[in-house]
Design a protein around this ligand. Structure first.
Ligand code: HEC
Ligand code: HEC
Length: 219
């Protein structure tokens, strides 16, 4: 025999049968995914096991009812289980059927898995704009707030693009004196100070333009 045939699922089945008597709390999809051990075998997003397939994108190809029946009766889709590489060896693994899972729980789980990719792309995969990155890297953020984040020495820039053009902003960064000859009165701890923005005259043009366009987009 040149292939190990090993039903990993038997091991888990025992564990699951043993726990059937416990009253499972019904909660959010994420919690159910843990409570029912799905996460021990399946990765969803950034965490989970690798015994079963990664489910992060399954919502794109499978329907809600397909996922529901996979949960209650996996052998309707995979009669023999499927080949999985574990520590460099191929095993035949089967998903245990959760046939006494309440319908409402199976529904909730299926819905969670089905809609997962969109949740993921909204949260983790949304890269911040390059200009926002430079705004932090060049320390503008030490003095300026955008949407609640940043310092208070300089004006709040959350809506700067409403009133200022790209070239005005670029000039401000390179040579603030053109606009604010004597700086600006700023209240810090109930005292008014005259503060001047330092000039970033050595900033590379390419960076200047990226920051400028980012700030201009803040309407
Ligand atoms: C003991 C490991 C194990 C557990 C626990 C487990 N699965 Fe699976 N799952 C698998 C394996 C292995 C497959 C591959 C198909 C098969 O053999 O049934 C699979 C397949 C699937 C698929 C289809 C994936 C695809 O790409 O076609 C879905 C959906 C799924 N499982 C959901 C769940 C949910 C939801 C739970 C929790 C209620 C769960 N699984 C618990 C091992 C497991
Ligand atoms: C040490 C604090 C400080 C730093 C660092 C700083 N600024 Fe300023 N900024 C100010 C102050 C104070 C003003 C008020 C006008 C002045 O003094 O020039 C200002 C004004 C501005 C304005 C005009 C705001 C308005 O409402 O008219 C813009 C745009 C601006 N800064 C962008 C930037 C960018 C982009 C950076 C990073 C490259 C940066 N600032 C770094 C303190 C700072």
């Amino acid at each position: 025999m040149n292939k190990f045939i090993f039903l990993v699922s038997l091991f888990f089945l025992v564990a699951i049968l043993g726990l059937n008597n416990l009253a499972f709390a019904t909660g959010s999809g994420a919690k159910l995914f843990k409570d029912y051990y799905c996460i021990d075998c399946h990765t969803l997003g950034h965490q989970g096991g690798t015994v079963g397939p990664n489910l992060s994108n399954i919502g794109k190809t499978k329907s809600l009812t397909w996922i529901e029946s996979q949960i209650s009766n996996p052998s309707s889709h995979f009669t023999r289980g499927s080949n999985t590489k574990i520590n460099g060896k191929i095993y035949l693994v089967r998903m245990p059927g959760f046939n006494n899972i309440p319908d409402s729980v199976a529904d909730k789980l299926a819905e969670y898995i089905k809609t997962f990719p969109s949740v993921l792309s909204n949260l983790s995969y949304k890269r911040p704009p390059e200009g926002m990155r430079l705004f932090e890297k060049d320390n503008c953020v030490a003095c300026h707030r955008i949407n609640g984040i940043g310092g208070k020495v300089g004006p709040n820039l959350s809506h700067i693009g409403k009133t200022k053009s790209l070239s005005w902003i670029e000039t401000q960064v390179v040579d603030p004196k053109v606009h604010f000859r004597y700086g600006l009165g700023v209240i810090i701890d109930a005292h008014t100070y005259l503060v001047m923005m330092p000039s970033f005259k050595d900033i590379p043009d390419s960076q200047l333009n990226v920051i400028g366009r980012y700030l201009e987009s803040l309407k």
